[in-house]
Design a protein around this ligand. Structure first.
Ligand code: PLP
Ligand code: COI
Length: 362
């Protein structure tokens, strides 16, 4: 299918020099520095999608009454472009992100974007800013497509009639500064991320805005990340602030089922498939904090890891809650976690065959 939209291209005359870019790429951090260009496409109810363009990265000029500032009608995606051994570039499962973008859009009463246009916009940005895709091992270019409600006005009787879709890109090293070191997690029994009927499954900014307080509490408690539990009993594990969770019982993996209150991670979905490839049993199910603690104490629950685009596959080493704390295994990365990480990263960086057709050449 070809898209009706064609992109106007306006190259950045003030693009950074090779030396400036190399300086950023030497130590990119996560989400701190952006490439020289960005994508924008506008929507109005009258005209649909129009005005597709690639232009120099820069600030937006918006009316203070713009809907997104007041009512947070916003959603985003996150995926990465990876440099291959032969120098070419691929994205990982971009159509899965395109589909999730539209699921989020439907929940937020925002217009859907044709999947082809979504992928084409990523391709154009990455091709234009290809020199920003790192070649350093383990580094990648993080792509952040997002959409905001741009109608000015404070009424709440109907969703915005205007929107802007954009893509920005940022070279990325490890999300956690410790690399593959285990992280410590805080069980949030005070706050709730999502409830049935809410927006938990959508990748909308409001979910993250409402999570910062618990994440700050996690850090105050000496932990790296917050673990969200169900809204009713604060007992059933859902996910982390920006990652899904897997529990390893020897050769059996369990990840919380997609109940509508957690994000359907694309890494999660990939791990479910890769686990099967490796001869492991992978299930979607329910796991309580009591089972988590008891499993670690009896030795039956051998490893726990978090997974997501930014975090890749990251072991969980210690768990802390208001009235309990424990260690997972011996607190160091376990073999199943490391094997799955190696498989996934191997496919993304072109060191392993892409048997599931996940890799999309750019
Ligand atoms: N859960 C949350 C809340 C997230 O923000 C993310 C990151 O996108 C994930 C899970 C993992 O999703 P994915 O693997 O698609 O990056
Ligand atoms: C991602 O992994 O893409 C995320 O969105 C996690 C976080 C940076 C919000």
């Amino acid at each position: 299918m070809t898209t009706q939209l064609s992109f106007d291209v306006q190259l950045n005359q003030q693009a950074r020099t090779v030396a400036e870019r190399e300086q950023v790429l030497a130590s990119p951090g996560f989400g701190q520095t952006f490439t020289d260009h960005m994508i924008s496409i506008d929507w109005t109810d009258e005209r649909g999608w129009h005005g597709a363009r690639l232009e120099p990265y820069g600030p937006l000029l918006l009316d203070p009454a713009t809907s997104v500032f007041h009512y947070a009608q916003e959603l985003f995606e996150g995926l990465k472009a990876y440099r291959q051994p032969n120098g070419s570039i691929v994205a990982f499962r971009p159509y899965a992100n395109a589909a999730r973008f539209n699921t989020s859009a439907a929940r937020m009463a925002m217009p859907e974007l044709p999947e082809e246009t979504f992928v084409e916009s990523l391709e154009l940005l990455v091709r234009t800013d290809k020199d920003w895709v790192p070649s350093t091992e383990g580094h990648s270019l993080y792509l952040r497509p997002f959409m905001i409600a741009t109608q000015a006005g404070l009424g709440v009787n109907h969703p915005s009639r205007n929107y802007r879709y954009m893509v920005i890109a940022s070279p990325a090293a490890s999300y956690f500064s410790g690399g593959v070191q285990p992280v410590s997690v805080w069980l949030s029994t005070e706050y709730t991320r999502a409830a049935p009927g809410g927006t938990g499954f959508a990748k909308c900014g409001g979910n993250y805005a409402a999570a910062f307080l618990a994440q700050r509490q996690a850090v105050e408690e000496g932990c790296d990340q917050v673990v969200w539990l169900d809204a009713f009993e604060h007992r059933w594990v859902e996910e982390m602030g920006g990652m899904n969770l897997f529990f390893v019982f020897g050769d059996r993996l369990v990840t919380p089922a997609l109940t509508g209150t957690l994000l359907p991670g694309i890494t999660r979905d990939s791990i479910l498939t890769l686990a099967g490839d490796l001869g492991l049993k992978a299930e979607e199910g329910k796991i309580s904090i009591e089972e988590w603690q008891a499993g670690c104490e009896s030795g039956e629950l051998t490893e726990v890891f978090a997974c997501g685009t930014a975090a890749v596959v990251t072991p969980v080493g210690t768990v802390k809650g208001a009235d309990r704390s424990w260690t997972v295994g011996d607190g160091t990365p376990g073999p199943v976690t490391l094997k799955l990480r190696e498989e996934l990263v191997g496919i993304q960086f072109g060191a392993r065959p892409d048997t599931h057709n996940w890799v999309h050449k750019i």
